[in-house]
Ligand binder design. Structure first.
Ligand code: FES
Length: 101
């Protein structure tokens, strides 16, 4: 789906739902996870339908994930960092298990 430009090496590791994924410094979480072949980043709050990044420029919000314990973060705008913990966002975001409404 994605062809890397140049010969960047995946020299760091992020974790998606506790699964280690090689990452290239400077790339976004969305680019990294799509390259790894993930089939969903989040589910919708109403129907539970799976969603993947669509626009890759911060407009559609289909790439929302939990990053290091903080929900509703846009994976397409967030650069990877070594050891980063990313989780699939199930429905609406919560703070310590409580919906922030
Ligand atoms: S992919 Fe559209 S906002 Fe991230």
């Amino acid at each position: 789906m994605f062809t890397p430009i140049g010969s960047a090496e995946a020299t760091i590791t992020i974790f998606m739902d506790d699964m280690p994924i090689p990452a290239r410094p400077g790339e976004t979480i969305a680019a990294c996870l799509l390259r790894a072949g993930l089939s969903r980043f989040r589910t919708t709050p109403v129907s539970g339908a799976p969603r993947l990044p669509y626009c890759m420029i911060g407009h559609c919000f289909d790439c929302l994930v939990e990053i290091d314990g903080v929900g509703s973060r846009q994976a397409c705008l967030s650069p990877v960092a070594d050891g980063m913990r990313v989780r699939t966002q199930q429905g609406a975001a919560t703070i310590d298990g409580v919906s922030p409404s």
